[in-house]
Ligand binder design. Structure first.
Ligand SMILES: *[C@@H]1O[C@H](CO)[C@@H](O)[C@H](O)[C@H]1NC(C)=O
Length: 292
């Protein structure tokens, strides 16, 4: 009958079309695939010495619709992978936060000006009686001092990752730990009972590891989630939650609770380096705008 033959015609013409057009479709698909590949490779080569994650941002922007943005916002979408290491204290790990080249650049900048690291002294403490607590060498470096622009890119990325404004960051403290060198457990925040009234407080610390360390040199949170608090442990020991330094990786932790008081579990230290050398760039973020 009529409907039957219509159906027959329709399906046979479809088969016919499919046969005829398959090669054309394959050619067109290949063309657009290659064209897309070519265009994206242009973006990649353009951004090689940029922030490291720019090409991915551009791909993201084609996947999602972005919104109109405010005066200080921008059109880019940022994707920064991280792992929650702990809620007590609040600690996040950022694998591959910086590239190997960026790490090298920072080490080269810092190397000529390293000095033995110092401590903020409590009442009654002297350089002599605190010897051995922090045995690394270090120096301070602000993004504006780095003509290569590397620190600028890293600082911007830290600000985006923490949503703490760049203006609230101290200059980078670049540190080198050689074999046997360490930093006993301590707080980055300054307790007013010990250090006197503070006009500004450290909220969070971002550590960027600039080298792999063959053995030792972990950042440790000895009392993570209340562990090791039985009084049988020496706080100088390397224990608790330990983060192994790896070139380009970042570690963020908060010294203050959301209500602004110091988180007792944010106490942390650097285990002694056993083999190799540890380089790290630290950025302390404050609750007040910093003048440079
Ligand atoms: C601040 O927050 C912490 C953690 O939630 C809590 O233990 C502490 O009691 C709070 N302190 C004040 C003064 O609100």
């Amino acid at each position: 009958m009529r409907p039957k033959s219509l159906k027959g015609n329709w399906s046979s013409s479809l088969k016919f079309k499919a046969k005829l057009r398959l090669p054309t479709v394959v050619v067109l698909c290949s063309f657009f695939f290659l064209a897309g590949f070519f265009v994206s490779s242009l973006f990649f080569s353009q951004d090689v010495d940029g922030g490291g994650n720019r090409p991915r941002d551009r791909l993201l922007e084609t996947e999602y619709d972005t919104l109109p943005f405010g005066e200080t916002g921008d059109e880019s979408l940022t994707s920064i992978p991280f792992q929650v290491l702990s809620w007590y204290p609040r600690a996040l790990y950022f694998p591959n936060f910086a590239s190997a080249e960026q790490c090298e650049t920072i080490i080269d900048l810092a190397k000529p000006s390293l000095k033995p690291s110092t401590l903020a002294l409590r009442e009654g403490e002297t350089e002599e009686n605190t010897k051995g607590i922090r045995t690394s060498s270090g120096m301070f470096l602000s993004a504006s001092q780095d003509k290569s622009g590397t620190l600028d890119v890293i600082e911007e990325k830290i600000a985006r990752a923490t949503m703490l404004p760049r203006t609230n960051g101290e200059a980078f403290n670049v540190l080198r730990y050689e074999i046997g060198q360490k930093y006993n457990s301590h707080y980055d925040a300054f307790h007013p009972d010990e250090y006197g009234p503070q006009t500004s407080q450290r909220v969070a610390s971002f550590l960027l590891y600039l080298t792999d360390v063959e053995e030792g040199g972990e950042t440790m949170f000895p009392y993570e989630s209340g562990a090791n608090l039985d009084g049988k442990h020496d706080p100088r020991d390397c224990m608790g939650l330990r983060v192994k330094p790896r070139r380009g990786d970042g570690l963020l932790f908060y010294s203050l609770f959301p209500n602004g008081t110091i988180d007792p579990l944010s106490i942390h230290g650097s285990c002694a380096v056993i083999k190799g050398e540890k380089w790290v760039a630290t950025k302390w973020m404050r609750d007040q705008v910093q003048e440079e």
